[in-house]
Design a protein around this ligand. Structure first.
Ligand SMILES: Nc1ncnc2c1ncn2[C@@H]1O[C@H](COP(=O)(O)OP(=O)(O)OP(=O)(O)O)[C@@H](O)[C@H]1O
Ligand SMILES: [Mg+2]
Length: 206
């Protein structure tokens, strides 16, 4: 199927700025997104950490760029990963996205965060973050949205998190999320949790 999110005959996402070159779009995207992420740190997006709140977070971050900001994707996505020898993580089927987010977030909200020590908090945070990320609800911008949303949740739950560590190591974070989610419906499991758990533990340092 042709990807309806792309300009005809191109691999560039249709965007509000009318940019048709990938490198220029990436530059513009980075500028707008950095501005919106700073805005969110100063003024958190209010909500009850449910599905609607999560979608609204993406809408806020990508409002300047994409008409579909805040809307779950309507196509399947597949992203080849070097660390998986060219395989993709098995992201959610478009028809399951909303119910999958609902399930992951209700589990995250109900965890007994206040009763856990730093190691347990880190592990449980990674579990929720990685499950939410594996859904990949949007055509683009999943990693930034998921990390921002989970960090804001941690803050509001009273867990101090060093977000800068994630920003400065954004490539490591993405690879760690891929490694965490390297398990497949056919039963193959290459999952490695330790990379994500290490950086999250460090980010909860105080
Ligand atoms: N937490 C962050 N803060 C600021 N910039 C980030 C952050 N995470 C990633 N980036 C930057 O955003 C750009 C896009 O990253 P990437 O494509 O991996 O994530 P995404 O678009 O948010 O999610 P995905 O492509 O998986 O849907 C990269 O230049 C990356 O360095
Ligand atoms: Mg991306």
């Amino acid at each position: 199927m042709r990807d309806p999110y792309l300009y005809e005959g191109s691999s560039v996402l249709k965007n509000k700025l009318g940019i048709r070159e990938q490198d220029k779009l990436e530059d513009a995207e980075a500028d707008y997104v950095v501005f919106r992420l700073k805005e969110i740190v100063m003024n958190p997006i209010p909500g009850s950490y449910d599905t609607e709140h999560f979608l609204r977070m993406h809408k806020h971050i990508f409002q300047d760029l994409y008409d579909w900001a805040g809307e779950p994707r309507i196509i399947s996505i597949y992203k080849e990963e070097d660390v998986l020898g060219g395989l993709s993580v098995e992201y959610s089927d478009p028809f399951d996205i909303v119910s999958d987010i609902h399930h992951v977030l209700s589990t995250m909200r109900e965890k007994p965060w206040k009763e856990m020590d730093r190691t347990a908090i880190s592990k449980e945070f990674c579990d929720s973050l990685a499950r939410l990320w594996k859904i990949h609800p949007f055509r683009e911008g999943n990693t930034r949205t998921t990390i921002t949303f989970c960090c804001q949740f941690a803050d509001e739950t009273g867990i101090k998190v060093n977000r800068e560590l994630f920003e400065k190591n954004s490539q490591y974070m993405r690879t760690a999320l891929v490694a965490y989610n390297a398990y497949f419906a056919d039963g193959q499991d290459f999952s490695k949790k330790e990379y994500l758990e290490k950086i999250v533990y460090d980010a909860f340092g105080g």
